[in-house]
Design a protein around this ligand. Structure first.
Ligand SMILES: Cc1cc2nc3c(=O)[nH]c(=O)nc-3n(C[C@H](O)[C@H](O)[C@H](O)COP(=O)(O)OP(=O)(O)OC[C@H]3O[C@@H](n4cnc5c(N)ncnc54)[C@H](O)[C@@H]3O)c2cc1C
Length: 340
């Protein structure tokens, strides 16, 4: 059996995009499913310890050291699985870098994932919060995934329905967090592409251009680079809060006081802009110690250098309290809060 190298008191500073200096009590890196057997044997001897699956660490805020085992999922694989008249089916291992995978699909001539270009992280974590950007969500092109039950080592397939995808949410995030290790994801990409370019900013970037997946991807990359801080330069996890959903009556009441308040109807609810709400309190570019908001985008919390996860979380809670007080709206963090 493949023996897994187990590290103790392992620094996670370089493995989370906030760049907070925390440690894992135990740490291992999983490169093959074969290696999993040895991790599960080890785990049987330490049943009391919590386990955390780690991809690129771009959607987590570590509030404290992690007292258990961190398993970095590095399973790599990319291939065309099948095709029919209308679709190609491509499969990617959980450890594949998301953006590299998107680039690969485009290079193969497959369309569908171009609007999701440049989202940091891994393929395996992408279903957790049903990643989305510029009018497209992972669920729009998802076919199925393979996941391993961490308690029994059973390998199971999850269909689109099983995953219960919703806005920045899934079965794996809110119903059974930590139970399933996602090993590989299969996408169903259309042979006849239909582009989604009517999103603010995207249509302007593409005006006058002939549309194809490569061109749209380039426009999305340039938009993202102009708006979002690069975690390699300044620690962050992208948008820190979800856009809140409120009732139509609540939205009408907000509009009466704040005529410019943006909102998008979603069924019988209205989605507000978390960024707009935060901006109204003058939070853009604010800073307490090394924790702050990005100067171009109040929705993005940043670590200017030495902030701890607890300090960033305290800062986030101040924003949440201010928005609650001014608008009576609750903000919910988007990244996974670990520890504390
Ligand atoms: C600059 C920036 C921009 C961003 N923009 C967007 C955006 O536009 N849209 C968007 O949706 N998100 C965005 N994000 C958030 C982030 O990129 C995504 O959530 C991404 O999918 C996280 O991937 P990861 O591998 O880094 O996950 P991690 O942070 O490593 O993990 C996230 C969660 O998934 C779990 N997990 C990880 N791997 C597995 C696995 N194999 N099996 C089971 N559970 C697993 C972890 O335990 C954790 O709960 C952005 C982040 C940054 C830093």
């Amino acid at each position: 059996m493949h023996r897994m190298k187990m590290y103790e008191h392992y620094s996670l500073k370089a493995l989370n995009t906030f760049g907070v200096a925390v440690q894992a009590r135990y740490f291992c890196s999983l490169r093959t499913l074969g290696g999993l057997k040895s991790v599960m044997l080890w785990r049987r001897e330490h049943p009391e310890l919590p386990v955390l699956f780690l991809g690129g660490g771009s959607n987590m805020l570590f509030i404290a050291d992690f007292p258990g085992l961190v398993v970095q999922v590095g399973l790599e694989e990319r291939r065309l699985l099948a095709e029919d008249k209308d679709f190609v089916y491509v499969r990617a291992g959980a450890g594949e870098n998301w953006h590299e995978f998107v680039r690969w699909t485009i290079a193969q001539g497959y369309a569908g994932l171009e609007n999701l270009s440049l989202i940091p992280g891994t393929v395996g974590a992408a279903p957790l919060q049903n990643i989305g950007a510029y009018g497209v969500e992972l669920k729009d092109h998802f076919y199925e995934l393979d996941a391993l039950d961490w308690r029994t080592a059973e390998l199971r397939k999850f269909s689109l329905e099983d995953c219960a995808f919703a806005y920045r949410d899934s079965h794996f995030k809110s119903v059974e967090p930590g139970r399933w290790l996602i090993a590989a994801v299969t996408f169903r990409l259309p042979k006849q592409a239909s582009w989604k370019t009517n999103y603010a900013g995207v249509s302007e970037q593409l005006a006058g251009k002939t549309l194809d997946a490569r061109t749209i991807s380039a426009a999305i990359i340039s938009l993202r680079q102009s708006k979002l801080p690069d975690p390699a330069v300044i620690g962050n996890a992208g948008s820190f809060f979800k856009n809140p959903l409120v009732s139509a009556a609540k939205f009408a009441a907000l509009k009466a006081n704040y005529p410019n308040c943006p909102g998008w109807v979603q069924g019988d609810q209205v989605k507000l802009s978390a960024g707009w709400l935060i901006d109204q309190g003058g939070w853009k570019g604010k800073r307490v110690g090394d924790a702050g908001t990005y100067e171009q985008h109040a929705l993005v919390l940043v670590n200017h250098g030495q902030a701890s996860g607890a300090e960033i979380w305290q800062f986030a809670q101040r924003i949440m309290a201010a928005v609650q007080e001014q608008f009576g709206v609750s903000l919910e963090p988007e990244p996974n809060l670990i520890g504390g």
